[in-house]
Design a protein around this ligand. Structure first.
Ligand code: NCD
Length: 333
C-alpha cells in the first residue's frame, strides 16, 4: 500500500527526523551547488491548491523542479478546476491520478486530504487542510529549530495569537509533544485559545501546558516565540474580524518586547504577517524583520530544502530508506 503524508504525527520517529534533516542539508548543497539534479527526471508532480498559498506552493513546486520532476496543476483549484462545477475533490483525483506520480494538495476543508489519500494509488502530501494539519510546515519548523538550538527537547515554546484556527500551531505542537520535556505556553484570548481536542492530545503526551492572555509574563523565559496571524478568512464576518483584530493588538511583538527576550531566544512565524492592507494589524513590527532574533524568513526558506527531501522520499517510495519510517495516519483528531 502506498504511503501518504497527511498528519504531522506520522513524522515523529526520531530516526526519520534526523534522516530528513540530513537529507534537507544535502538538498541545500544541491540548491547552492549545481542548482538542480535529475534524480526524478520523467516524473510528474500534481500541485492542487484549493486555498491560497505563496511560500508553500512556490517552495514545493520549485522543490520538485530542482529534483528534475515536472509540475502540473493549479494554484486556484477552487476556480480553475471542476471544483467550480461542484465536482467532489475525490472524483477529480480518481479521474486524473494516472497522469502523475505524486499529488500535493491544500484544501480548506479539514480532513479532505486524509479522506481522499487512503483511496489513491499515488502518494499524496497534505500542504494544509483548513484548521487541521500542515505537516510540511511543522517539518520545516523543527528543522529550523534544530539548526538553531541543536535540539528538539527541553524547549520552552510560546505560541502567540490565533491558536484556535492555526494549523501550523497544531502541527508544530504535536511534533514537539513527541520529544522530551518541552513546555508550551499558549497566549491568546479565550475565543482564539487552545481547542479542547488539542489540549487533550498534548496532555495525553505529558506536555506541560500553560494557557494565558498575559504575553509579558512569559516572554523572559521563552526559548521560542511562535507568533501567528489572526486567520481572518476563518472568522465569521467583517464585524467579528474587526473586533478580534482590535483585541489582537495587545499581542503585537514590539522591539521593546523582543528586547526582553533571552539573548538565545528566537522569534518564529509561519508567515504571512497581517497588514493594514488586509484590514489586519501586523503581529510583529517590521523593525524586527532584520533582527538577529527573527528566524521567520530563514524558516520560510528552509521550506525548499524540506520540500525537496519530502518529495524525494515520496517519489522513491520503498527505494528510500526513510519511507518505511513514515508512520500510519492517526485515527484520532
Ligand atoms: C500558513 C498556512 O497556510 O497555514 N502559511 C504557510 O503555509 N506558511 C500560515 C497562515 O496562513 O497563517
Amino acid at each position: 500500500m502506498v504511503k501518504h503524508i497527511v498528519d504531522t504525527r506520522q513524522l515523529t520517529d526520531r530516526d526519520f527526523l534526523h534522516g530528513i534533516f540530513s537529507l534537507a542539508d544535502e538538498m541545500r548543497d544541491i540548491r547552492y551547488g549545481p542548482g538542480y539534479v535529475d534524480w526524478h527526471k520523467g516524473k510528474i508532480v500534481a500541485s492542487l491548491f484549493y486555498e491560497p498559498s505563496t511560500r508553500t506552493k512556490m517552495a514545493l513546486d520549485a522543490a520538485a523542479l530542482r529534483l528534475g520532476a515536472k509540475v502540473v496543476g493549479t494554484e486556484n483549484a477552487e476556480i480553475f478546476s471542476s471544483y467550480a462545477k461542484g465536482e467532489l475533490t475525490e472524483h477529480s483525483l480518481w479521474a486524473t491520478q494516472q497522469a502523475y506520480d505524486l499529488v500535493i494538495m491544500r484544501h480548506k476543508e479539514e480532513g479532505t486530504p486524509q479522506r481522499i489519500a487512503s483511496t489513491l494509488d499515488v502518494p499524496l502530501i497534505n500542504a494544509g487542510d483548513g484548521k487541521n494539519q500542515h505537516p510540511i510546515q511543522a517539518l520545516k519548523d523543527v528543522y529550523t529549530i534544530h539548526n538553531e538550538f541543536k535540539r528538539l527537547d527541553g524547549l520552552k515554546i510560546v505560541f502567540v495569537g490565533d491558536i484556535a484556527h492555526g494549523r501550523t500551531v497544531r502541527s508544530l505542537a504535536y511534533q514537539l509533544a513527541h520529544r522530551e520535556n518541552n513546555a508550551m505556553s499558549f497566549v491568546s484570548t479565550p475565543e482564539l485559545g487552545l481547542p479542547t481536542d488539542m489540549r487533550d492530545y498534548l496532555q495525553r503526551k505529558g506536555v506541560r501546558i500553560h494557557e494565558t492572555s498575559k504575553l509579558d509574563e512569559v516572554i523572559p523565559d521563552a526559548d521560542i516565540l511562535y507568533v501567528t496571524r489572526l486567520q481572518q478568512e476563518r472568522t465569521a464576518n467583517e464585524e467579528e474580524n474587526a473586533r478580534l483584530t482590535e483585541e489582537y493588538k495587545r499581542f503585537q511583538i514590539t522591539v521593546e518586547r523582543a528586547n526582553r527576550m533571552k539573548d538565545s531566544a528566537r522569534i518564529m512565524h509561519p508567515l504571512p504577517i497581517n497588514t493594514t492592507k488586509s484590514n489586519g494589524f501586523p503581529e510583529i513590527v517590521p523593525e524586527l524583520d532584520t533582527s538577529q532574533k527573527s528566524l521567520y524568513f530563514l524558516q520560510s526558506n528552509n521550506g525548499l530544502f524540506i520540500g525537496m527531501a519530502a518529495i524525494d522520499i515520496m517519489l522513491k517510495q520503498h527505494a528510500h530508506h526513510l519511507y518505511s519510517l513514515i508512520g500510519d495516519v492517526p485515527r484520532v483528531p
